[in-house]
Design a protein around this ligand. Sequence first.
Ligand code: ADP
Ligand code: MG
Length: 258
Amino acid sequence: MTDIAAGPVIQAHDVHKSFGNLDVLKGIDLTVARGEVVCLLGASGSGKSTFLRCINHLETVDRGFILVDGRLIGSDLVRGRLHEARPSVVTERRSRIGMVFQQFNLFGHMTVLENVILAPMRVKKETREVAIERAVRLLGRVGLGNKQDSYPGHLSGGQQQRVAIARALAMEPTLMLFDEPTSALDPELVGEVLDVMRDLAASGMTMMVVTHEMGFARQVASTAVFMSEGRIVEQGPPEKVIGAPDHERTRAFLGKVL
Ligand code: ADP
Ligand code: MG
């Protein structure tokens, strides 16, 4: 048995993905260690969301592979041959990856608390009591202890996004993926969401964050990765990639967002 806890959380090797004749990912290699915070930077259309969706198995890869916690999410290696994993196994593995989107995707007809307890009860078959206990704790952690009975429509965008983070954490993920979590927010609400993400990073969560918030990336990322046209152009410490990039494309991108 390999010790999964000791290995990398993400191992992506030569990942290719096309939609029709559009080649979106052209050979991505990336390793993310436990507790690392990777900020994924790049212009619109460079393939950032597609890569996150491949990690989370919302898309399948055409070539190469992605291991999460040492496993292929959609298949198993049995006696040297790949077999498609059973849907219930895929669901269980995916449930260990939290994802937060630009649009918060909360259920508008459910209270904040109901939004947070839904997946643990449905997918993990937790009792309502156990799910509520954790949800209350998590809502406190994101600063929304007093909003559990509110409906999403009555909350600000920043509050809704913090609920979405609590909801993802309720599944006790080993990896959190964020796809431009603050891009849909009014500027004055960005900080409260970044603060929650900063706390999460400090707690040791492994995170991969697509963001245009360069201040956050410089402060929180252990590694900054710059993608362009489906390839990783450069990666390294944020002070290097954002502060003194090697590549002209990175400089051109930073010139637009900074
Ligand atoms: P980014 O997140 O960096 O802006 P995306 O991964 O969303 O980039 O998209 C990369 C390219 O792939 C874009 O040209 C986009 O239009 C295309 N694309 C993404 N998803 C699909 C899809 N499901 N079908 C067809 N084209 C897609
Ligand atoms: Mg995107």
